[in-house]
Write a protein of this length. Structure first.
Length: 291
């Protein structure tokens, strides 16, 4: 790129206008519906009435929202921690010259390109109470069959395992790219200074790949908070509302014709995402300083 090249300032206006028309304006108008009585029985804009914060307070006080909030954070944190750590471990192993290295990379990355429907159906069969793979192993070891998707604890666990399996390969590729960008000069200098393999990784490699680690954490956190597809496929938010997330809650309210309530949940969720992003930004700066 020629740094001396000065591009006209109006070049920036085209993407800003497009972004405003197709994202900012629709989002803003959409959020306004949260303050109306928009529903399947009152779908026309002309017939809407302003109800203030009624929809938002209704959803905040709904007993399902705390469950969805707790589950959303469980999904997000479990996915973020496990996917980031496993991605680093797999990247560290596959950053070596071993037999079948490229084949192993492709195998670990394969789940990331599978459709959510495929992954959901696969893990439905794995955790099936009667003929599932997990229960077959449990029975072979002398245990009793477990209703994996029949209670909150085990169902949340099963969904989290499916989501982790689907995304760990993606985290591995990002971490691997970061490790391969580390200059061998740093590694050779550490070896000359007498550092062992762990010390080299901890004090040289890891600080240098922190930008890629932060990318993995941010992506895992955001997509963990937005989890919807696997939950809908595997449990539909059940049993009862035990595995609901904000995504499934919005979907259920929309399907029930309570459009304004769905938008209100979306608004609450957006505020939550903004707070998480701000908190993560401060945390990532401190983490980089520590490493």
């Amino acid at each position: 790129m020629n740094k001396d090249k000065v591009y006209p300032k109006y070049f920036i206006w085209v993407p800003l206008i497009v972004f405003g028309i197709f994202f900012v304006i629709p989002s803003t108008v959409g959020y306004l519906y949260a303050f109306t009585d928009y529903s399947a029985t009152n779908p026309t804009f002309a017939g809407l009435h302003f109800v203030g914060l009624k929809n938002i307070t209704t959803m905040i006080t709904d007993r399902t929202v705390p469950i969805a909030l707790g589950n959303t954070f469980i999904y997000a944190l479990a996915k973020t921690v496990v996917v980031t750590v496993l991605g680093l471990v797999l990247a560290y192993i596959l950053n070596r010259h071993i037999i079948g290295m490229n084949a192993l990379r492709a195998i670990y990355f394969l789940p990331s390109i599978l459709a959510s429907l495929v992954v959901g159906i696969l893990f439905l069969s794995i955790f099936d109470a009667r003929n599932g793979l997990v229960n077959s192993i449990v029975q072979a070891l002398g245990g009793k069959r477990i209703q994996w998707l029949g209670s909150r604890g085990t169902a949340v666990f099963a969904i989290s395992i499916a989501e982790i399996w689907r995304n760990v390969g993606y985290a591995m590729v990002i971490s691997l790219a970061g490790m391969q960008s580390v200059s061998t000069d740093y590694l050779e200098a550490a070896a000359i200074d007498g550092a062992n393999e762990w010390q080299t990784y901890r004090h040289v490699t890891l600080p240098l790949i922190m930008p890629t680690v932060n990318v993995n954490i941010l992506f895992s956190l955001i997509y963990g908070l937005k989890m919807f597809d696997l939950i809908q496929i595997m449990t539909k938010g059940g049993p009862g509302n035990d595995t609901q997330s904000f995504g499934t809650l919005m979907y259920n309210e929309l399907g029930a014709g309570r459009y304004a309530n769905s938008v209100a949940i979306n608004m609450i969720f957006t505020i939550l995402l903004v707070l998480v992003a701000i908190g993560y930004k401060k945390f990532s700066k401190r983490w980089e300083n520590i490493t």
